[in-house]
Design a binder for this molecule. Structure first.
Ligand SMILES: [Fe+2]
Ligand SMILES: [Fe+2]
Length: 470
């Protein structure tokens, strides 16, 4: 079951050949996907040979093989993690009952909305990143960008499979719409704001893969708990691929920090102006990028108090990430104390699940911060990077629009407005970062603002020609 059939037009491990109607519908969608990829995917590199991994099995060990492929020939397909025998619902009011193999009528529209919202983010991120290849800091990075892009394309396939297989005609219509909305489009934007922000430089790309792909990880983890078994299996396999995206972010930022520290040592200064003049990213500037992307990604978890989150959990549609680590899986009699602008407030735990998820996400975000700060400490500098307060720059929930600084302190509006660009990149900061984005495509060479990675891909040397630009 875990092996993937690559002789089919659409590689899959769901026995697509046994369901002719579904197979035909997906084969009809396939050329639309390819049109979208050529029109909205990475600009200009469709003829390049790229060293990419492709899923060949869904086993935990050795699930991918590596090889050179032109991106439009990538074998996008439908891969679900193996079923768990007699899987039971692990939380909510129906806990202990058998997981659903079909969509229950009463949850149809809510489940469809969850799947469409998840699905929409996948092609959105490819669109956001489509011009980045032109300014790649190395062939190694260029390859990583394309790996992330083709896998987000595959995640779109994962959600489209669920829509086609379980939601009939509305599902097929939603699958078409996923190719019609575009990131940043004035008339038909992507569903979530963060996925309409352009990613026009590589510092933003590293921050996006660190913070926003990590939001993806937490969404997938909570959907992997779903009582709707096909959704659970789909998300469990997507998580395997997602890990690499966050690796690109974490190591990318670590390499920026490393290079900056080298420059700081060479010049014997931490003066941002001198570091910028030497073509590196000063640490306060990096902090602004972290503030921007972290706060933007925090909005993706929704309001702290949410009746939708409560009913999705109670009904078994969406659990907490790593549900099994908790003791109480029903949550009908627990409260959570939330900090609101009006003071602490006791809220039924069920209604506060977005906040629970946001907190576990932030804990996961801290891991990279600790590593980067250790690098800085070892180099003998006192600067420390930090995550912004969850109240900073909220555009959703009880702290929405309030003038709160990154430490969580409420300021007079005037002071907040005046100081905002101490905390997030100003136009001048962004222009400086853009000025660093010079394309480097000689194998093994790196742009001056980022250190080389510690190792190459799949045991190959860093100097390997990961992308052959034909
Ligand atoms: Fe994804
Ligand atoms: Fe991702």
């Amino acid at each position: 079951m875990s092996g993937i059939d690559y002789s089919e037009k659409i590689p899959n491990n769901v026995n697509l050949a046994n369901d002719r109607t579904l197979q035909r519908a997906l084969e009809h969608w396939q050329p639309h996907f390819l049109d979208w990829w050529t029109g909205m995917g990475p600009s200009d590199f469709q003829k390049s040979d790229v060293y990419l991994r492709t899923a060949t099995s869904v086993d935990a060990q050795g699930w991918a093989t590596y090889g050179t492929v032109k991106m439009p020939d990538y074998r996008w397909g439908i891969f679900l993690a193996d079923p768990v025998a007699e899987r039971k619902i692990g939380f909510g009011d129906n806990m202990g009952q058998p997981a659903w193999q079909q969509v229950p009528g009463e949850f149809r529209s809510t489940l469809r909305r969850l799947i469409v919202t998840q699905g929409d983010t996948e092609p959105a991120s490819v669109e956001q990143q489509r011009l980045l290849g032109h300014t790649c800091p190395s062939l190694y990075d260029l390859r990583n960008l394309f790996q992330v892009n083709v896998e987000e394309g595959r995640h779109l396939w994962a959600m489209v499979y669920l829509l086609h297989a379980y939601f009939g005609r509305d599902g097929r219509e939603e699958a078409e719409e996923l190719l019609v909305r575009h990131s940043g489009d004035a008339d038909k934007p992507r569903i979530l704001t963060t996925f309409n922000e352009p990613i026009s430089d590589w510092l933003s790309f590293y921050c996006f893969t660190y913070f926003t792909d990590r939001d993806g990880k937490y969404q997938l983890k909570s959907l992997a708990e779903s009582a709707f078994d096909p959704l659970s299996r789909t998300c469990r396999f997507m998580l395997t691929e997602e890990a690499h995206h966050m690796f690109v972010g974490e190591t990318g930022i670590a390499r920026v920090v490393k290079r900056t520290l080298e420059v700081m040592k060479e010049l014997g200064t931490d003066d941002p102006a001198k570091i910028r003049a030497a073509g590196a990213v000063d640490l306060p500037l990096l902090q602004k990028y972290l503030n921007f992307w972290c706060s933007s990604s925090l909005d993706l978890f929704g309001s702290e108090i949410s009746s939708n989150a409560a009913s999705s959990f109670a009904n078994g549609l969406k659990g907490r990430p790593d549900e099994s680590q908790y003791e109480d899986h029903v949550l009908r009699s627990v409260q959570l104390k939330l900090d609101t602008p009006q003071g602490p407030q006791d809220v039924p735990m069920l209604n506060a699940l977005n906040e629970v998820m946001r907190e576990s996400y932030l804990k996961d975000c801290e891991i990279g911060l600790k590593r980067w700060n250790r690098q800085i400490e070892r180099a003998g500098f006192s600067f420390r990077l930090a995550l912004p307060s969850t109240r900073f720059r909220r555009s959703i929930g009880s702290w929405v629009g309030l003038p709160v600084d990154p430490t969580g302190k409420l300021l007079p509006r005037e002071e907040f407005d005046k100081r905002l660009h101490e905390w997030i990149p100003s136009e001048a900061d962004r222009a400086f970062v853009r000025s660093l984005m010079q394309r480097v495509v000689e194998p093994g060479k790196m742009a001056g603002w980022v250190a080389p990675p510690e190792r190459g891909i799949n045991n190959l040397p860093v100097e390997y020609e990961y992308v052959k630009l034909n």
